[in-house]
Ligand binder design. Sequence first.
Ligand code: TPP
Length: 698
Amino acid sequence: MTVNIRAKEASTPAESLDILLLYRTMVTARVTNDLLKTRKTQGRFPFYIGCAGHESMAAVVAALNYDDWMSLYYRDLAAWLQRTGDIYGPLREAYSRTTGPMSAGRNMPSHYSSKRHRILPTFSEVAALAPFAGGVGFSLKWHKRNEIILFTTGDGGVATNDFNALFRQTAVHQLPVLMVIEDNGWAITAPSTIQWGGSLVEWAKGGGVYAEEVDGTDTMATYEASVRLVEHVRSGKGPVLMHLRLGLLDPHSSSTDIRSYRTKEEIEITKATKDPVKNFGHWLVEHGYLQEDDIERIRKEVRAELEHAETEILQEPEPGADRVLKDVLRVPTWQENIPRGTKKQLPMLGAINEALIELAQRDPGFFVYGQDVGSPKGGVFGATAMLVTQCPGRAISSPLNEQVIVGIAAGAGMVDGNARCAEIQFVDYHQSAAQTIRLAARILYQTYGGWTVPLLIRTKSGSGGGGPISSGGAGGGAFGHSNAGEQWFTSVPGMITICPATPFDAKGLLLEAARAQSPVAFLERGRLYRSEPPKDSQGNIIAAMAEYWSVPEGYYTLPIGKARRIRIGNGPTSIAIISWGTMVLESCTAAANSVNRYGGAIEVVDLRTLAPFDEEAVAAAVREANRVIVVTEEDDLTSFGRHLHSWIVQNCFYDLDATPSFISALPAPAAPYNATEESAFYPTAKTIEQKIEELLAE
Ligand SMILES: Cc1ncc(C[n+]2csc(CCOP(=O)(O)OP(=O)(O)O)c2C)c(N)n1
């Protein structure tokens, strides 16, 4: 028997609801849950986290259109089934089969993900998808699409920074997002009363988001409320928070003993009154849609279907060790191109402004999102000044929250597959977005290539403003404004990290970075924004570097992962200096001074890309010079510079005639403010020159 009923609201765009199919989906979720729970107990796989008590989420999804987006959490098996109809997927992931649609057997079960079905990839980090969901909503609104996004989390998830970032994103930009809080009363052993004060609904309304409490143990009430609230969101009236009251019928996960923290009485009452599958079954019988014995018949049919699926799945292949490094990083394949535009002298800031204009003109969906970037000043450094005047609406000022910023750009990039730009004012402040950045970089691996996150993070990094350190004047950036930053980004697997030293490279690399399907950290050194080419101690511009301050107009790209090898002097090289960013200029000055004094040649390798770095160029430079100095602006703690130094020891040992040298800033939190202490903190051309002398004397 198929019965179609429509929601009461005449204007609803939701498809007519087949309530028996909805019931069957909920039963399928419960029976799958029970089967997988048993299999875990039998030791067939290591972990399971279930959905019992949350099956009415199928009714929320039934109120969406098929092209709406979803960001689910681990209790949303019923939502998965309602959207995809795929009963095999959850079993395949539990048994870790390569056929798994969410991660090809790479991730724990219940981490729902499907690009095809517009389900963003669930993280283990509670509510961590929230800022990405805000980015999806931002993109849908920006492109005036008729779709919305459903975001779900538990009552514990409400307390996370990530959820609060989403809330702010949706409230400030009035995004088409339906936030459903699946409140089952518990976050492992913590009752929901410790997650927020007062009323969640009133809290949301006070922050500019319409909110309602809904009884999730009553499936028809959930469906009717969902239809109404989805319509609210879709019609442009703004975001909605649904506080969905549920009961948790099972332990938190297969690793938790429910009796150790919940009373017998509370468990019994929950099971008797808050079981949405049981309640909906009774309702269907009461209203004459089913007979009493249909309930058991349907359960048995579903169980047989699942057991059949399970038998098939057990024949399917498990992952092999050979794929463990697959889909860590996607670096774009560089297409050789010759810059044709007229060249003109430009500082790095001008080159970055031009690159952003090129991106906006070529891609109507490209925008820069960050603090102050939409002001006529073009952000505090003026990097978006040209964008603001020449491409109105493409530089968008954000609230003061780095996680909000990164989430908007990352989620928007996931919608249309092209990188959108997040500007972080000073690299130090990316730390509040660190989890979102790390997870953006993980998605490719976690989903076995199912999803990519094109994302361009531009940020001012390194010591103060002005010119190179040796050219006079302390930066004065001090704490919060002067960190190098590469020690953070290069330690994130799945992340590309770029740090240009010259205006020519900055423009070409920024344009190439926007083609990447892996997130990129683009470190712009404040010292280099307005810097001129480096000079030797007699004031002569170093010829080998001068041409890179001449920047072609128009579009050109440079390869990611390729170093620039700069030879200073003539004849065979006696030392290779490996550096990047500001330290390239310092190294060139030191090398020129040494060559002026002693003759010969020194090679400076400008890495340009730090992750993945150009191993071939580094090895070749060491092989030719047999002496090497690594120069970094980072503190002397665990750092990218130390990693590179260690790589050289491990891979180039037999090409070395002397211990590989290492120059860095000091092992302190950051450069102090006053000029004397600041200068003592950073390496300069002088420090490098002394090291060159020592090495040549060995
Ligand atoms: C950020 C983060 N902190 C801690 C954990 C460990 N953890 C996993 S689930 C969970 C409780 C989540 O509770 P809630 O959001 O209410 O969802 P429920 O499991 O009750 O449905 C915790 C603390 C985690 N996965 N992520």
